[in-house]
Ligand binder design. Structure first.
Ligand SMILES: Nc1ncnc2c1ncn2[C@@H]1O[C@H](COP(=O)(O)OP(=O)(O)OP(=O)(O)O)[C@@H](O)[C@H]1O
Ligand SMILES: Nc1ncnc2c1ncn2[C@@H]1O[C@H](COP(=O)(O)OP(=O)(O)OP(=O)(O)O)[C@@H](O)[C@H]1O
Ligand SMILES: [Mg+2]
Ligand SMILES: [Mg+2]
Lengths: 162, 165, 162, 165
């Protein structure tokens, strides 16, 4: 049991290190609270964004927590891939730079697993290979398919519904 | 395996018509104004793959999943999800696998169909293990919840890795 | 006690009706669960966005909840004004139209009470009479004052920090 | 009454210098990249007006409010908030009222100063009732919390109106 856990732990840790560094230029890694008796302690996630001191993921800002959480979720994926991911406006609290970082890493990972992402941000829509616009008409939801984001800016999708 | 198609009838803001959404592999974006029905599409997917907690679909009880305007006597919710199974990720010798969940009238009881044939929920749980939600449902991030994952304590984080192993 | 409560209830209700209608074109109002014995029941908030059936505020979408919550908060203000409001990225889940609605109503209300609003959206920054840009430099927060949004687009404030 | 100035020293991401933020009446926007310190400014305001729960300032304990790089022995946090009192909303015959909260070293105990003079916390609570937080702190909406206000149940909503009366 311990061996299996440690093997999984090390895989998640190395994926977090690689992805976080590539994505932000900072460092992030897992740490065991009690290396001698693994199941007696927890697993910490220590994160240092560029120019900052390493802190627990719980002490980050809202946007920093979003990036860190996504990296952690994708690292778990390397252990047990899910056939699909559903993400609902996960980019809402991100600034422009982090929105780009997030959609870049999701585009990469969507090669192995399908990612269905609800978003209100044009820059995220622009990275998708398939786009659905949803708008209400007399209280009933309508869906329209778009192949290419440049065809329909977000504002137009919004306007179609009014 | 990936989601190929979703058909929604009478579920939340989807009315009495059969709304069809074709999906592809890769990154699919769903966008549109507030209140248009984007999150309801994700709720419909969760409903079809067997979600049993109304709260997870953002309603207080199953009855609230029926489209508002339905006459209480004739209410029907039907959601079908079709998976691409070319890679045989689902242990069935079919190129596509369609799971349908129907809920009728007042009881709120659901029935399931697999490729058109009625099956019990337990029968599908085994077979569709790979597409039904991941342990801790970590493959589904609902609106406003992403930062919670960074706020897990170290015990919770260890348990998540343990569950997967 | 009941009389004072009902007087307060009616003032909040009429403020909600007026503000919500003006802001969205829909209708919203309070309703007593138990009008005969007020304190034996709760107070419901029923909301109908344009073209939709009235629903409890708990059954709305994320963006609709944001608009409704803001209207409710401002209605309480009419009962007991606070000298200042602190709002942290309350516009994060709003589409362009609702972001405009929100910043419009906050600008109006900021005539009576000071509103300090953290936001990442240019359209909200554009409505403010005073703007602070915050950015990190070697792990320490720096603040820069801007008088006019057109002086500094958000992207530039972000870039100053890198 | 409104907030005229905030001075922050050693609190969270504000370093060993005295950072001054001048505010005005009306709508003030604070913007900037993720992790720059925007929410920490709001936390500093809450700290100065007497917030006693570390969790409300998004830390696990008071000690975490000291800027990281401070040497544990010499740590000092000082936040001063100056109110414009031309309308005499605060019952003091002063055009401006400055409330300072200092926290030193290891104990985590705070001391308060009102216009430069040391006072006890209870003494200021009475006087500054109008500027200290509203019942239920409804005048402060933290990041990610706005939708919670629409998710209150009807009992909670009645209690909020009752508390104000
Ligand atoms: N049973 C139902 N019948 C009809 N409409 C419903 C039902 N349940 C929910 N709705 C409505 O569906 C609409 C869309 O909700 P949904 O949460 O999917 O919006 P959304 O597109 O995700 O919006 P946002 O961008 O604000 O998150 C809401 O206005 C809600 O009131
Ligand atoms: N005691 C401390 N010492 C130094 N830095 C700290 C301390 N506490 C928190 N921080 C850091 O302060 C930074 C800013 O946090 P804050 O939450 O204010 O960011 P923000 O500007 O609101 O960002 P976002 O847009 O992501 O919400 C974070 O990177 C956080 O790690
Ligand atoms: Mg939504
Ligand atoms: Mg913040």
């Amino acid at each position: 049991k311990k061996e299996m856990f440690m093997e999984a732990y090390n895989r998640v840790d190395s994926d977090i290190r690689a992805t976080f560094a590539r994505l932000t230029g900072g460092t992030a890694h897992l740490e065991l609270e009690n290396p001698d008796d693994v199941f007696a302690g927890g697993v910490m996630l220590l994160v240092a964004f560029p120019g900052k001191v390493a802190r627990e993921s719980t002490a980050l800002s809202g946007g920093e927590k979003t990036i860190t959480a996504t990296v952690f979720l994708l690292a778990l994926q390397s252990l047990k891939p899910s056939p699909f991911y559903l993400m609902d406006e996960v980019d809402a609290h991100l600034d422009a730079q982090n929105t780009e970082r997030l959609s870049k890493v999701l585009t990469e990972r969507s090669q192995n697993s399908q990612i269905i992402m609800v978003t209100l941000k044009d820059s995220t829509v622009a990275k998708a290979s398939l786009i659905y616009g949803v708008y209400p008409r007399q209280g009933v939801s309508q869906v329209v398919k778009y192949r290419n984001p440049s065809q329909v800016p977000l504002a137009q999708i919004a306007a179609e519904g009014s | 395996v990936h989601i190929k198609k979703l058909e929604v009838y009478g579920f939340k803001s989807f009315g009495f018509r059969n709304t069809v959404v074709h999906f592809e592999n890769g990154l699919v974006a769903i966008t549109g104004p507030n209140g248009s029905g984007k999150s309801n599409i994700l709720d419909a997917i969760m409903f079809a793959i067997g979600e049993n907690s109304p709260k997870a679909m953002r309603v207080d009880k199953f009855q609230s999943l029926f489209h508002d305007s339905q006459n209480p006597g004739h209410r029907l919710v039907r959601v079908s999800i079709t998976f691409d199974n070319l890679d045989r990720g689902i242990p069935m010798d079919e190129d596509t696998v369609t799971l349908t969940r129907e809920m009728e009238g007042l009881t709120g009881d659901s029935q399931y169909l697999l490729n058109g044939k009625k099956v019990s929920k337990t029968a599908i749980m085994e077979l569709l293990e790979v597409v039904l939600s991941a342990p801790n449902k970590l493959n589904i991030v609902q609106q406003g919840m992403i930062t919670r994952i960074s706020e897990l304590n170290s015990e919770e984080r260890r348990k998540i890795i343990e569950d997967i192993v």
